[in-house]
Design a protein around this ligand. Structure first.
Ligand SMILES: C[S@@+](CC[C@H](N)C(=O)[O-])C[C@H]1O[C@@H](n2cnc3c(N)ncnc32)[C@H](O)[C@@H]1O
Length: 402
């Protein structure tokens, strides 16, 4: 996701946002009390994003798009989804079957994908959406109801992954970076886990019962293991003070998706890096970022329930999980290489000359330029029983970095 303004002073919360934050803080305080006064950052992030009716993704703020908190590639331009559609069309021609989109956000990608697939005469048998946010699912329904009936009638919303493994394509754009992550710090005496406690020393005493601050405890065996895996991939030990994230939920998530895929491809698209670049010694504070009204900042304890919290994806962890689940890692490329490989230049030039072409060229630049999304966002193709070249990964193959 990108925020269109640089880090700067955050806009003040509205009265509604403040009272929403207080309700969520009360929910987190209950969880803290039940857990004896300390919650892992992972659990805090889970509540902040997904607590029923209160978390950022579960409640009603705008979230995606220019009027929301951040912008994703499908929100920047339908060119992204049209390129993705071309990759999907090639796979569906081989496998038949369906598309399953995970975390469909505003529904814009689904609309553009289906429209392009209809133009390519490669519509899937059905377009299933698995969305954990009831609020976003309602918005997706509203938006996709405006599609022509021939497209609309293929769309279904699922409550859980299909019991019968599917053939075709699974898509997840910026979903892995929304999975709650654990945070760790390298200390002189060992490894600590970052967590959350009530901030009793806040400068706003009236809010004391609802303010949170960071507290570390000694890492447990599972976090020590995850950090040992990270260390084994690095040329030198990480320095004391180094703080970062590890998303241990990636492996069970990929295993569940793998179990639901009989034949075809799972395409993941996310801000992320291979492990040895992710945990670079210079990235001393990790990759955790919060987004509020197009501003990015690093404080997850403010703007509760009205800001997004996200961390980059360790694609080596994804690849390891995929291999363990019996999938093949068939492609790994930057978003720029994927879009160039699937014909973004052709789509822009088809617009002829004039204003429309200039608009599309501007959007394409935001998607592919290295200083925008082109380099930071990666695409990964995980396949099962799919022996075919994938155009999106033909121009670049970063698998040697994993
Ligand atoms: C950053 S938004 C991206 C939305 C959309 N894919 C886009 O690119 O605009 C993350 C999305 O993933 C959803 N999500 C988070 N965890 C999920 C999970 N385990 N399964 C399915 N969706 C999930 C959120 O509700 C939200 O729709």
């Amino acid at each position: 996701m990108t925020a269109s303004a640089p880090r700067s002073i955050l806009p003040p919360l509205t009265a509604d946002e403040q009272s929403h934050g207080v309700r969520l803080a009360e929910r987190i305080r209950e969880a803290l009390a039940a857990a004896g006064g300390w919650l892992s950052f992972e659990r805090f992030m889970e509540l902040a994003l997904y607590a029923p009716g209160l978390g950022y993704y579960s409640a009603g703020s705008v979230k995606l798009g220019a009027g929301g908190d951040f912008v994703t590639a499908p929100e920047i331009s339908d060119l992204f989804s049209r390129c993705l559609a071309r990759q999907c069309a090639a796979v569906l021609t081989r496998t038949g079957g369906e598309i399953l989109e995970l975390g469909a956000g505003s529904g814009r990608m689904a609309a553009a994908l289906l429209t392009e697939l209809a133009a390519l005469r490669a519509l899937p048998e059905r377009y299933a959406i698995l969305e954990v946010s009831a609020d976003l699912a309602a918005r997706q329904r509203e938006r996709l109801a405006r599609l022509p009936q021939a497209l609309r009638e293929r769309i279904v919303w699922l409550e859980r992954l299909p019991a019968r493994p599917l053939q075709g394509v699974m898509l997840a754009n910026e979903v892995a970076d929304a999975l709650p992550c654990r945070r760790f710090r390298i200390e002189e005496r060992g490894i600590s886990e970052l967590g959350v406690e009530l901030d009793t020393l806040t400068t706003a005493p009236a809010m004391a019962p609802l303010c949170f601050r960071e507290r570390t405890i000694a890492a447990d065996a599972s976090l020590m293991r995850a950090c040992a895996e990270i260390g084994a991939a690095l040329p030198a030990p990480l320095p004391a003070g180094y703080t970062s994230e590890v998303c241990v939920r990636v492996a069970p998530w990929i295993a569940a998706l793998s179990a639901a895929l009989a034949r075809g491809v799972l395409l993941l698209c996310d801000y992320g890096l291979p492990r040895r670049h992710y945990y670079h010694p210079q990235r001393v504070s990790g990759t955790l970022l919060c987004h509020y009204k197009q501003r990015a900042h690093e404080d997850p304890f403010i703007n509760l329930g009205v800001q997004d919290i996200t961390a980059w994806v360790d694609f080596t962890r994804v690849a390891d999980a995929a291999l363990a689940a019996g999938l093949e890692v068939s492609g790994f490329a930057t978003q720029a290489a994927f879009l160039l490989g699937t014909g973004i230049e052709q789509l822009v030039s088809e617009a002829g000359e004039g204003i429309e072409r200039a608009r599309l060229a501007g959007e394409a630049r935001r998607l592919i330029m290295p200083e925008e999304m082109g380099e930071a966002v990666k695409m990964m193709a995980l396949t099962r029983d799919l022996d075919m070249p994938l155009a999106g990964f033909a121009l670049q193959d970063l698998r040697h970095l994993l």
